[in-house]
Design a protein around this ligand. Structure first.
Ligand SMILES: [Zn+2]
Length: 447
């Protein structure tokens, strides 16, 4: 609009100038080498204007001719780029379709045409990973790390490769660098929790879990549970170093985060007992026994209230069992204490009550307890034998069983001893193997 207005103003100006020149009397004459040229001033002015216009047109044509090589170069460059990006797109589609050969071919083409920009490096790395060529993938990812815009994406691939190849220290270093770049990325937090727990860096793991909770990457109950597990496992490290004060601090924090886990309460009570705080230890066990009795709590109670003899110990157990009298673990504790004190009748009565409290089908350990009572009380040997035979087919006893691989553990650990999973141990009976499963296992062993 502005341009049109300017042209209109200029055309109007030229028209007025031509009218004015035509109407104004005046002449011009030019003499050169014996030639003479006479004209009106107006005609001469128009001639000069036309000559100027012709010169401008000639200049434009000249510039167009001399600029042709540059234009051809630019056109070729644009064509290369177009083909390069088309190859990149086809390569990404091939990666998505799981076709490593096409992906690698298109990645090489895109690399050649585009001069290895970050996007084609990413495609090359993905194609190499898809083809299972970890060495090539690492090479491309390392090249990507050099560019600030692709460093974070490269770190993700490098962390995954290092973890797969078991180079956990290197993976941890890379994941920490990734956290510096993007502290809010969920995968970074997940990888760090895995690596820090695997490396038994429990305090670091607890901090990482806490950060994940604050950034809402982990639901609060999950985060609290995991943090409690990390802090609980950290207790072992503090104790090994002889730092009881720090051990108690970690156990108290873990218990506060997960008050429903009797294993943590038992650890804390044991620490109190070792720290000559028997009263705090026994009152903690008593409080927990009312909510969820557990063999670990009974062990802690023995440390908090050591008894000089078996009869004294029965009194302690009775005091504890009274807090949750119907529970199978209360009866089991009383049966075992009575057996140790040679009170056969009491032992048998409580062992039977424990079986009844669990629904009538005795666990293996209760069958063995019954056999021991029969045997040590001098009862019928055949009854003792039948209890032992029954134990062989009885349901397994609860143990710290891994939710991921099913491996049972005698003691609670934050990490499964078999599969390395973090915070997967729960107090439950191991699954009973179906006969078909056993048969498959046997064949495997024979091979
Ligand atoms: Zn496991």
């Amino acid at each position: 609009m502005r341009r049109v207005l300017i042209i209109l103003v200029l055309a109007l100006g030229a028209m007025l100038a031509a009218v004015w020149l035509g109407a104004t009397p005046g002449s011009a004459s030019l003499e050169f080498a014996g030639w003479r040229f006479d004209s009106s001033f107006g005609a001469l002015a128009i001639l000069v204007a036309i000559a100027g216009f012709v010169l401008i047109v000639i200049d434009r044509i000249w510039r167009w001719i001399t600029g042709t090589p540059t234009r051809i170069k630019m056109w070729r460059h644009a064509r290369r780029e177009r083909h390069g990006y088309a190859a990149l797109t086809r390569g990404l589609v091939a990666v998505a379709a799981g076709d490593p050969r096409s992906a690698m071919r298109e990645a090489a083409l895109a690399d050649r045409l585009l001069g290895a920009p970050p996007a084609s490096l990413l495609l090359s790395a993905q194609a190499a990973q898809l083809a299972g060529d970890e060495t090539a993938a690492r090479k491309h990812l390392e090249a990507m790390r050099a560019a600030p815009e692709t460093e974070f994406a490269a770190l993700r691939g490098l962390v995954a490769i290092a973890m797969r190849e078991g180079r956990d220290d290197e993976a941890l270093g890379l994941a920490r660098r990734a956290r510096e770049l993007r502290p809010d990325a969920t995968w970074v937090s997940g990888a760090l929790i895995d690596l820090e727990t695997k490396a038994a860096r429990w305090d670091d793991a607890a901090l990482t879990i806490d950060a994940a909770r604050r950034q809402q990457m982990l639901p609060a109950p999950d985060a609290d549970r995991k943090r409690a597990a990390a802090l609980h496992e950290a207790v072992r490290g503090h104790e090994a170093k002889g730092d009881r004060r720090e051990a108690i601090r970690a156990a108290e924090r873990a218990f506060k985060l997960a008050p429903d886990r009797p294993e943590i309460a038992a650890t804390l009570a044991t620490l109190y007992a070792k720290d000559a705080r028997a009263r705090a230890a026994s009152s903690l066990v008593e409080k927990e026994w009312t909510r969820h009795p557990h063999p670990a709590l009974l062990d802690a109670y023995r440390k908090a209230r050591p008894a000089p003899d078996a009869l004294q110990w029965i009194k302690q157990v009775e005091r504890l069992a009274k807090l949750n009298p119907a529970h199978a673990y209360s009866h089991t504790a009383l049966a075992e204490a009575s057996l140790a004190a040679e009170l056969w009748g009491e032992a048998k009565r409580h062992a039977q009550a424990a079986i009844d409290a669990e629904g009538g089908e005795p666990r293996a350990s209760l069958c063995r307890l019954m056999a021991r009572i029969e045997e040590e009380s001098g009862g019928d040997a055949s009854v003792a034998r039948s209890w032992l035979a029954r134990a062989a087919d009885a349901p397994g006893d609860p143990a710290w069983t891994c939710d991921s691989c099913g491996h049972p553990h005698a003691e609670w650990h934050a990490i499964c001893r078999r599969c390395g999973a973090f915070d997967k141990l729960a107090w439950s009976a191991p699954a009973r193997l179906a006969p078909a499963f056993v048969a498959i296992d046997t064949t495997k062993d024979q091979q």
